[in-house]
Design a protein around this ligand. Structure first.
Ligand SMILES: [Zn+2]
Length: 492
C-alpha cells in the first residue's frame, strides 16, 4: 500500500494532471439506430432486433431524439456544436459486441470546446475545459455471476446494445481529486437539469473513466498517464485518484517509471489493479461508417434546442440567492434537483413571504427529515403545508414555538401540516391584560436586565419577549407580546 510512506512534503513536490471521460446513456424511448425499446431491467435479450444484433445486411437509422438530447447536453456544457459531424466504426472484438465494431464518432465529433465551472478548495472558481462531446452506441453486457454455472460460463444480455450514449471528454485541466469530484457533481447536475439522462450510476446510465498522471511541479511536459476504469461512484473516483496519485509518486520517488496502462479500481480493497498495459491495447482502425450519412445539425435544430434549454443549476442558484436572500449552501440544498427546486418555487410564489417558506423548509422540515434519515420524497409535510405554516407565522396567528410543536406532531403521526393544525388549532392568547400580567411577572424577577435595558441596551427586549412567551407556553400572540413588552419596559 502506498500512502503511509508518503509525507505531505513528498506529495507536494508533484502535480497531478487529471482528465475524465464520462459516458452517459440518453433517455430516449428507443435505441440510437433501431426501434428497439431503450429500457433498463427488461428480461435479457428481449429488446433486440437485426440492427442492434449486427446481423448481416441490417442497416442503422439514426434516432433524431438522440441527436436532440446530445445537442442539448453539448450546449448546456458550453460546447460549440459542429454543423457536420461524422459517425465512425470503432473496430474491436468483444463477446458483448456482436457486430464486431461500435458506431462512434472519431475525428469529427458532435461538439467541442466546452467548459464547466467548478468551485475550488480555496473558495475560488475554476473552468475545466471539455474537449469534446460525441455520440455513440453502447455495447451489451456480459454477466459473470448470478447463475448456477457462473464458475464456468459467462452469459450475455444484449438488451443494452445500441443504447444511445454521449461521451463527454474533459481537458486535462483537473489538478486534484477534489476538483474531479466537483467536476463530476456539476456535470451530473447539468445533465439532470436538461433531462437528457437519469444519470443513475447503479444502473450504469453514467460511467466514468479517469486518466491520471503526475509531474514535478513547474514541469510543463505531462507524465505518463494511467487510465482508471470501473469506478461506479463519484466518491470512489476521488478515492481511486488519491490512491493512484500516491502510488505514482511512490514509484517515481523509488526511481521507477510509470507504465502506461489501464487499471481497475477495487472498492473493497481501496486500491487499483493493473488490467492491461497499453502495448496490448487495441488499434481500433477507425473509418467512417459507410451505412450512415454525415450528421447535420441544422441551424433550425440548434435554435430549437436553445429555446428548450432550461435554467441551469448555477444560474438558478444565483437567481434564488438574490430572490430569497439565501446562503450559498441553502441555495445548493434547494436546487439539488430541478424537480425539487420547481416544487419549492411554485409553492413559495403563493406564500405571503417566500423567504420564510425557504427557511421553514430548510430548518424545520429538512432538519427533522435528516434526524429520521428520511429522503425529501418521504416527507409527511407537503410544500403546501409549509406555505400554510409560513403564512400563519407571518400573520402572527401562531408562534414559532407552536409551529414547531405542530411539525413535531406531523412527523410523529406522519400527517401533513394543515391536518394537524386544523385538529389542534393552537390557542393564542390575545387578551392584552393577560399578556401584560405575564410581562409584569418576568420584569419583576429580572431587575438586572430591566436596569440594563433602561441604561440603553434595547436589544434586551428580545430576552423579555422570550421569557414571557415561555411563561405563556408559547401561546401568546407574538405581535401583541412584542408590542406590550416594549411598552411595559418604557413605562418602568
Ligand atoms: Zn434493435
Amino acid at each position: 500500500m502506498p500512502s503511509a510512506a508518503l509525507s505531505p512534503a513528498v506529495l507536494a513536490k508533484y502535480e497531478p494532471v487529471i482528465g475524465l471521460e464520462v459516458h452517459v446513456q440518453l433517455l430516449t424511448a428507443t435505441k440510437i439506430f433501431c426501434g428497439c425499446a431503450n429500457r433498463f431491467g427488461s428480461e435479457p435479450n428481449t429488446n433486440v432486433c437485426p440492427v442492434c444484433l449486427g446481423l448481416p445486411g441490417a442497416l442503422p437509422v439514426l434516432n433524431e431524439k438522440a441527436v436532440e438530447f446530445a445537442t442539448l447536453a453539448s450546449l448546456a456544457l458550453n460546447c460549440r456544436v459542429n454543423q457536420r459531424s461524422i459517425f465512425a466504426r470503432k473496430n474491436y472484438f468483444y463477446p458483448d459486441l456482436p457486430k464486431g465494431y461500435q458506431i462512434s464518432q472519431f475525428d469529427r465529433p458532435l461538439a467541442e470546446h466546452g467548459w464547466i465551472e467548478v468551485p475550488t478548495a480555496d473558495g475560488g472558481r475554476k473552468k475545466i475545459g471539455i474537449t469534446r462531446v460525441h455520440m455513440e452506441e453502447d455495447a451489451g453486457k456480459s454477466l459473470h455471476d448470478g447463475f448456477a454455472d457462473s464458475a464456468t460460463r459467462t452469459y450475455l444480455d444484449l438488451n443494452r446494445c445500441g443504447t444511445p450514449l454521449c461521451e463527454i471528454v474533459s481537458e486535462p485541466d483537473i489538478r486534484t481529486p477534489h476538483e474531479a469530484f466537483e467536476y463530476l457533481t456539476r456535470l451530473k447536475e447539468i445533465l439532470l437539469y436538461t433531462e437528457v439522462s437519469d444519470c443513475n450510476m447503479e444502473e450504469g446510465s453514467l460511467r466514468c473513466d479517469a486518466n491520471v498522471s503526475i509531474r514535478p511541479r513547474g514541469q510543463e511536459k505531462f507524465g505518463t498517464k494511467v487510465e482508471v476504469k470501473n469506478v461506479n461512484s463519484f466518491r470512489f473516483v476521488r478515492m481511486a485518484l488519491e490512491y493512484e496519485i500516491e502510488r505514482q509518486v511512490e514509484v517515481v520517488e523509488g526511481g521507477g517509471q510509470i507504465v502506461q496502462e489501464t487499471r481497475l479500481w477495487n472498492a473493497d480493497e481501496g486500491r487499483t489493479y493493473s488490467m492491461r498495459s497499453k502495448e496490448q491495447a487495441h488499434d481500433y482502425r477507425y473509418f467512417p461508417e459507410p451505412d450512415l450519412p454525415s450528421l447535420i445539425v441544422s441551424p433550425e435544430l440548434l435554435s430549437k434546442t436553445k429555446e428548450r434549454m432550461p435554467e441551469l443549476p448555477e444560474a438558478r442558484r444565483a437567481r434564488m440567492i438574490a430572490a430569497y436572500e439565501l446562503s450559498n449552501q441553502d441555495a445548493h440544498s434547494l436546487t439539488a434537483s430541478r424537480e425539487f427546486a420547481d416544487r419549492f418555487e411554485a409553492a413559495a410564489k403563493t406564500a405571503r413571504n417566500p423567504r420564510r417558506v425557504a427557511n421553514i423548509l430548510l430548518s424545520e422540515v429538512a432538519g427533522r427529515l435528516k434526524a429520521l434519515g428520511l429522503e425529501q420524497e418521504r416527507s409527511p409535510v407537503s410544500m403546501a403545508g409549509i406555505v400554510m405554516a409560513a403564512d400563519l407565522l407571518d400573520e402572527n396567528k401562531i408562534s414559532s414555538k407552536q409551529m414547531k410543536q405542530i411539525f413535531d406532531a406531523c412527523f410523529e403521526k406522519s400527517e401533513d401540516f394543515p391536518a394537524v393544525y386544523e385538529r389542534e388549532k393552537p390557542q393564542q392568547i390575545t387578551d392584552t391584560s393577560a399578556i401584560e400580567k405575564m410581562i409584569d411577572e418576568v420584569i419583576a424577577v429580572n431587575p438586572k436586565q430591566v436596569e440594563q435595558y433602561r441604561a440603553g441596551k434595547k436589544t434586551l427586549a428580545g430576552f423579555f419577549v422570550g421569557q414571557a412567551m415561555r411563561l405563556s407556553k408559547g401561546q401568546a400572540n407574538p405581535a401583541l407580546l412584542n408590542e406590550l413588552v416594549v411598552k411595559k419596559l418604557e413605562e418602568y
